[in-house]
Structure formats: C-alpha cells, structure tokens
Design a protein. Structure first.
Ligand SMILES: Nc1ncnc2c1ncn2[C@@H]1O[C@H](COP(=O)(O)OP(=O)(O)OP(=O)(O)O)[C@@H](O)[C@H]1O
Ligand SMILES: [Mg+2]
Length: 507
C-alpha cells in the first residue's frame, strides 16, 4: 500500500459533559485513495473530519501529516497543510461570482487574472464544468458543490474531504462527480467521502472506515466487503431490512387533482396539466429525475405555488368536509389536515428553530391546537419522546438545541414531527435524504403505519427500489408531465426508468 497522507491517532472530542462525539479514534488516509467514512446519524463522522479542517480541536490525540505531528487550529492551518473540506452547508457568498468566491480571503486583487487562468487549468485537468462569472444565487446545488471543490484545489488541497456531497445531487450529477474524484485520485490526491448510500460506497471507495457511537469499529477493503457486512458494522448487529406493503381494503377519495399547472418565472410549465386522484389507505409514490416537477406539484397542493387558471384540487375529508384548495392559504390548508414533510437542501432552513430543543420544535406545530392561553407542554413532550424512540434521535436530552445535533438527527425531528401530526393527507419529499439505513427503514415503517390508519400518503423518492417496494401506485413525472400511473405491485424498475426519461407522444 502507498504512503500515508494523514494519520489520526487516539482522537477524542467531547462537547460539554454530555456528548462524547469521538472516542479514541485512529484513522489513516493514504495518498491516491478514496476512503469512505460510514456510520449512523450522530456517530461522529462530521466531527472527526471537522478536526482535520480546523473547525474543532481534539481534546486528546494527535494528527500527523506526512509523518509530522501538526496542530490544526483554524481552517487556514488546514489549507496550509493541504487539507480542504466541503461541508454539508456550503460557505459561499450569494451575490459574488464563482471567481470572486474563490478569491475571498486571499491577498492581492490584481491576482484575479492569474487566478482565472489557474482555475481554468484545474477545471480542465480534472474535468470540472464551471462558469467562473456566474453568480452563486444563479447556481444549482451541483454547480455550488463543484465550485467548493475547485476552491479547495486552487488553495492547494491534496487531501479533500467531502461531507455527504451526493445527498442533494441527481444520479447524473453523481456520476460526473465520481469521474472527477477518480481523476483526482489518479493524480495522487487523498479523498475522504462521507455518504449514507451504500451503493455509492461500493462504487467509489478503495477502503471504508466505519464509525459507531464515536468509535472506529473497523476499516475494510472495498473488494473484501459487501453492503450487508457494512450495515452490520454500522449498527453492531444483524438486521433485516424489509419494507412491508399492506393492502388497505377501505378507501376514500381524498384529493382530486385536475389540470394542475404551475409556471416558473420564465413562463415554462414546471407542472404541466396534471390530473390524478389520491385515496386514503394508499401510498402514492412519485418517481422522476430530480427537477421534473415533484417539488412544485406538492407545493402547489399546499398553496405554496401559484396555480394557473383552470387548475383544481378538490379535497374531501370526513372531518373537514369538501374544499377547493386552489386559492386557499397554506395556513388554511394545514388546518384542514394536509401536511407536507419536505426535506429541503438546507435542513435547518425549513420549519425548525436551531436554538430550541426537540420539545419546543414539536410544539411549534402544535400550539394552534391548544385550548386556552396556557401552552400544554405535555402533548409536545410525549410526541417528542415518541419521535426520539421511533427514529432513535441521538440527543443528550429533549431540550438540547437542535442546531447542535448531527445533520441526520435534525432531519429525523423534521420528518417525525410531520408524520406524527395526525394528518389526513401526508406528503413527503426526499424524506430519507441524509438518513442512515436503519432510520430510513424506520421512516418507511412509519409511513406504512399511517397508511394503515387511513392516511392518504404521497411519497416522492429517489431510490427506485424503495419506490417499487413501498408504493401502492407509482406516478411517473417527466418534464412536468404525468407520464404514467403504474401499479406498484407489478411495475418493473425498467418500466419506471423508461417513463422517467422518455416523454410519451401526446395523442
Ligand atoms: N457543536 C456541537 N455542540 C454539541 N454537540 C455536537 C456539536 N457538533 C456535534 N455534536 C454532537 O456530536 C455527535 C456527533 O455528531 P456528528 O455531526 O459528528 O455526527 P455525524 O456522524 O456526522 O451524523 P450525520 O450522519 O447525522 O451527519 C452528535 O451527538 C452531535 O449531537
Ligand atoms: Mg454529519
């Protein structure tokens, strides 16, 4: 095996007295390798890497680079040592261009021309596609991520750390990123990638290190392991991953969507004349390559998008009567029992308050139901306990500020809260993004439970295997149009994949 680029020895990191995030971790990264860092939500992956990036300092242990002991006390130290990290939340300035963002914090403005030339060279060398004059706010997530990587390379990174880079990318973008990572590896660079998707781990890594509850439980060669073994290493026991699909006999029509059309700012139809019915006791899966109108469709039903003339969404619930939803405010729609659990790219950006604990965040959604001027903390407390148990939220206590929780644990609270809100219609989009395998299955089970209770569930997902195992029916979107409605029990992956990418000729 080749030389060691960076070596972590006996690294321990605590947060306060309650959290032991890393416990005597040893980790080596070789030159010219791609190492995957795997572990359940809250197992300490981000924290460990943040110590290489100079965000935190270890309480115990040492870090060696090229066999030399080093102190990394700031991101600048990290850069000087050739370590660059791309974080879960990008650190870019919106109103600046790509090039301006690369130049931030560097001396001498006059270097711009030189910088441009060098950056262009880097892009060419590794195969990046980047418009240096584009403003950040005009960029897609994938472009921003490309920029972050290019930025670290321009600053001389030979060790690149990527924290869940694929969580918000489309399959095509992931393929592109992996090609680039392989090019970088061939160039002798060291890459550490954090991801929850085991198929990616098996595709891209040379070796895999697994963290469990802050400890490194082992490192294996990709060629000598498989997904089952990796799952067991992460969880610490054998687990069976099965998605149940019950059939609910009694069905009531909850939504009747007719000719729903939404235009974007350029006047293009992002949701194009979509009509379908949604029933209680079913899970309607929505498949489509990312950006095919999934998000806008759900948002339109929730009153978060302006619908075009002729669009109609009739809602019919035993408890709330019959209503046309188009034209109602989101607040009114929620009060009728429709809930949207949408997991956004920015996890803290939507519906959670970072400084508050779990109980208060659960209460945020509940307070309207309180009967008097006094807030009842009992109900939100019970719900918080339930979410914590069901989804195994890793938090020292229910009042711990959620912004201090790991990325995945923040998300568990968001999804758990919506599911537990006793909706009549529950719409989820990308509910398991960033969640570890075990928790993802816990979410599928919760959705099934809701379905059995008679909730009408819409599940927008990326993983076709999951969509096929979970859904009673699958709607396939392609370029904003409904390109097929299939029976989830009989549809094949090929069929769904084909409909996602080939728009049917209109009659
Ligand atoms: N700044 C902080 N203050 C207090 N606790 C923290 C802080 N950062 C992380 N933690 C805690 O340390 C533990 C490890 O968190 P970390 O973010 O490293 O997990 P992770 O493996 O990256 O998880 P995920 O897959 O969910 O992103 C968690 O219990 C988390 O709550
Ligand atoms: Mg993390």
């Amino acid at each position: 095996m080749s030389e060691i680029a960076v070596s972590m020895r006996g690294i321990t990191k605590r947060f306060g007295r309650k959290v032991l995030a890393n416990n005597h971790v040893d980790l080596d990264v070789y030159k010219g390798e791609i190492l995957s860092l795997l572990g359940e939500n809250g197992s300490g992956k981000t924290t460990l890497m943040n110590m290489l990036a100079g965000i935190y300092s270890p309480d115990e242990g040492e870090i060696l680079i090229n066999d030399q002991k080093v102190e990394i006390t700031s991101p600048k130290d990290a850069y000087d040592l050739g370590i660059g990290m791309v974080h879960q939340h990008f650190k870019l300035i919106d109103v600046f261009t790509a090039l301006e963002n690369i130049l931030i914090g560097l001396p001498a403005k006059e270097a711009e021309k030189k910088c441009r030339a060098e950056v262009e060279q880097i892009c060419q060398k590794y195969g990046f596609d980047l418009d240096l004059d584009k403003k950040i706010y005009e960029m897609s997530v994938s472009e921003k991520e490309t920029l972050e990587i290019v930025k670290t390379l321009y600053r001389g990174a030979s060790i690149l750390i990527l924290d869940e880079p694929t969580a918000v990318l489309t399959p095509q973008e992931i393929t592109k990123l992996f090609t680039i990572l392989r090019n970088m590896k061939d160039d002798g660079k060291s890459i550490v990638i954090i991801t929850h998707k085991l198929n990616e781990v098996m595709e891209i890594s040379d070796r895999i290190s697994v963290l469990r509850k802050g400890e490194n439980v082992g490192t294996v060669l990709k060629t000598e392991t498989n997904e089952q073994q990796l799952t067991e290493m992460m969880v610490g026991e054998k687990i069976t991953l099965d998605i149940a699909r019950d059939f609910v006999e009694e069905k009531h029509k909850r939504l009747e969507v007719k000719n729903l059309t939404v235009k974007n700012i350029d006047g293009k139809n992002v949701v194009d004349d979509i009509s379908f019915d949604l029933y209680s006791g079913e899970i309607l899966g929505i498949a489509g390559i990312s950006g095919s109108g999934q998000k806008e469709l759900l948002e339109a039903i929730m009153g978060l998008q302006k619908c075009e003339e002729g669009s109609s969404v009739i809602y019919n619930s035993t408890a709330h009567g019959v209503h046309e939803l188009v034209g109602l405010s989101t607040k009114e729609i929620i009060s009728h029992g429709l809930h949207l659990a949408f997991v956004p790219e920015d996890r803290l950006g939507m519906g959670l308050v970072g400084n508050m604990g779990m109980t208060d965040n659960v209460m945020l959604k509940r307070y309207r139901k309180g009967s008097g001027p006094f807030l009842h903390r009992k109900m939100p407390h019970d719900t918080a306990v339930k979410i914590k148990d069901e989804l195994e939220v890793v938090t020292p206590d229910l009042e711990y500020p959620v912004r201090r929780l790991s990325g995945g644990n923040v998300q568990k609270i968001l999804v758990g809260r919506e599911i537990n809100n006793k909706p009549t219609v529950l719409m989820t989009a990308y509910a398991v993004r960033g969640l570890d395998i075990n928790t993802s299955y816990a979410i599928y089970n919760l959705l099934n439970e809701q379905k059995k209770k008679g909730v009408a569930v819409i599940y927008v997902g990326e993983d076709l295997d999951v969509l096929l195992a979970l859904s009673d029916r699958i709607m396939v979107l392609c370029a904003g149009k409904m390109n097929g409605m299939l029976d989830g029990r009989t549809a094949s992956k090929e069929e769904v994949g084909y409909l996602m990418t080939h728009l049917k000729e209109e009659a």
